[in-house]
Design a protein around this ligand. Structure first.
Ligand code: SF4
Ligand code: SF4
Length: 177
């Protein structure tokens, strides 16, 4: 068994009754992750996307989750208050079936990193409607298992995008500091 380490888990709670569809969360997320930081904003680069139905006054922020090399065969479809939403509309995965949560220029996957380095996620800070709140807790995890997760993730990215593209991206990210 590997050594246990403490890991902070952050949870963003979304109160749909409070979300008014202003998209401030998308704007600040894409600006924070621009290179250089805050140099531009483009919601297509945001790690949170708003699924909107202005006529029904329904707005659902969906956060970018894990990259997956293969799209799933089973799909889901939601009907909310009588409106049927597109297939996979609320799914967080970065998958080959669609462009959502992919860097528009390179096609590389985007993932919510909880605004690493900031005292709190910026989408939470910028949500004036208080639809987003963050909770934090500590959990013990196996260090070895964590490394295995990283290796599995990297292997699937290399498989999909090729070693050169991944190496370029890592070099670009480390320059951002
Ligand atoms: S900033 Fe808040 S109210 Fe505005 S779209 Fe995002 S979650 Fe909804
Ligand atoms: S927590 Fe940060 S990275 Fe994640 S969606 Fe919100 S602003 Fe973007």
């Amino acid at each position: 068994m590997g050594e246990k380490i403490k890991k902070k888990i952050k949870t963003i709670k979304v109160d749909l009754d409070k979300c008014n569809g202003c998209r401030a969360c998308e704007v600040i997320c894409s600006a924070f992750h621009a290179n250089p930081k805050y140099s531009s904003n483009n919601p297509a680069r945001s790690r949170v996307r708003l699924i909107r139905d202005p006529i029904m006054d329904k707005y659902v922020p969906v956060y970018a989750g894990e990259y997956t090399a293969a799209e799933c065969m089973g799909r889901d479809k939601y009907i909310i208050d009588g409106k049927e939403y597109d297939e996979c509309e609320f799914c967080r995965a970065v998958c080959p079936s669609r462009d959502r949560f992919k860097e528009p220029d390179s096609g590389l996957p985007l993932k919510c990193d909880m605004c690493e380095g900031e005292d709190q996620p910026l989408c939470v800070k910028w949500c004036l409607a208080e639809a987003l709140t963050v909770e934090e807790r500590e959990e013990e995890v196996d260090e070895e298992a964590k490394m295995e997760d990283i290796e599995a993730g990297l292997a699937s990215m290399i498989d999909k995008y090729g070693m050169d593209k991944i190496a370029d991206t890592v070099a670009r990210m480390s320059k951002k500091g």
